[in-house]
Ligand binder design. Structure first.
Ligand code: DP6
Length: 333
């Protein structure tokens, strides 16, 4: 009846941006990410026959109705609809080891941990493929946090809910010599949710070329991973991020996640690279510049990002594990 799970954030090197089937949350493009060892969410789910409603606490505080609604819908999806009296209501407690208001991706680690905890608490058997299909329906990127290391999320077939799932390309131990340096540009919540930014991006004249060019980026990234070729993987990552933002910027109205420190971060990373430091830029649906680099160079890259005006702090992340169940205890109140 209760379970505790942990999952980590992931950062896409080849971006997911756009939906093939919005109702089933099937992605329009394949994506490839690195699950990181920083940015962890722990979530407990306790089904309780005496409850008359679901309850959600994030970092010990009652969550807002919108977040609770999203979690309730996910519990319905995972174990059946409460409205149809098919499941008990639950108390869900989630804690992050990073500030949730920080505009850092928290939906991936949150929905991966929630999916695993809810499936276990409901006593259901599952495997990573099924867990990723469930997590994907709540948030596409959450499917990838079910697995550790380098993870691929495929495009599915419209109308088929289980047609898009995550697969591991290389575990965290198979290519440990990767680092992602995150420059925190703002502690404010992001202004345009990814889902809204993606929907808006369909109006971009670059949307069709964006979706049609993504499979070639995946092929190059897979090849780079097979050869453990950091410069080749970095080049694909930087291009994919810039193309995603180009697509979003050209929407009508334009979707602008880039801020001054984001663009200056890009230039700082390229300047380092011109000096021979292996570092490549990426950026998600927010203002934080991120760099893919090697363990030897991570501290130097972090120092360079920290010097960019507007960057408040940096995080160095290594490849991390997939979602896992912890010993049945609840997240402390
Ligand atoms: C820019 O997974 O948050 O981080 O499926 O609508 O919940 P929804 O979107 P979400 O989008 C992530 C977008 C991205 C790129 C990526 O992680 O691949």
């Amino acid at each position: 009846m209760q379970a505790l799970a942990e999952a980590r954030a992931n950062i896409a090197l080849v971006k997911y941006w756009g939906k093939l089937d919005a109702a089933l949350n099937l992605p329009a493009v394949p994506s490839l990410s690195l699950t990181v060892d920083a940015l962890t969410t722990r979530t407990s789910v306790r089904f309780d026959p005496s409850r008359t409603l679901d309850a959600l606490f994030i970092d010990q505080k009652p969550a807002d109705p919108r977040a609770l609604g999203r979690v309730s819908r996910h519990l319905d999806r995972v174990v059946g609809s409460a409205a149809a009296n098919a499941r008990m209501f639950a108390e869900v407690r989630s804690t992050n080891d990073f500030p949730t208001a920080g505009g850092l991706a928290s939906s991936a680690s949150a929905f991966a941990a929630l999916t695993l905890a809810a499936v276990a608490a409901a006593g259901r058997e599952s495997d990573p493929t099924k867990l990723s299909v469930l997590a994907r329906q709540a948030s596409g990127s959450a499917a990838r946090s079910i697995l550790g290391g380098l993870v691929l999320l495929g495009v599915g077939t419209p109308g088929q809910v289980d047609s898009s799932f995550a697969t591991q390309v290389a575990s965290e131990g198979e290519w440990p010599d990767l680092r992602l340096v995150i420059g925190i540009a703002s502690e404010a919540p992001k202004e345009i949710a990814s889902t809204d930014g993606m929907n808006q991006s369909e109006s971009s004249p670059y949307y069709a070329p964006w979706t049609s060019s993504a499979p070639a980026d995946i092929a190059r990234a897979m090849d780079a991973i097979a050869r453990r070729d950091l410069p080749a993987l970095g080049a694909v990552a930087e291009r994919s991020a810039l193309r995603m933002h180009a697509c979003a910027l050209a929407a009508d109205p334009g979707v602008v996640y880039l801020r001054g420190p984001t663009v200056e971060g890009l230039h700082a990373i390229r300047k380092l690279r011109a000096r021979g430091v292996p570092a490549w830029f990426t950026c998600d649906a927010g203002p934080h510049p991120k760099a893919l680099t090697s363990p030897e160079d991570a501290a130097q890259v972090a120092r360079a990002l920290a010097e960019v005006p507007g960057i408040q702090r940096t995080i160095i992340a290594a490849p991390g594990k997939g979602a896992l169940l912890l010993d049945g205890q609840r997240v402390s109140a």
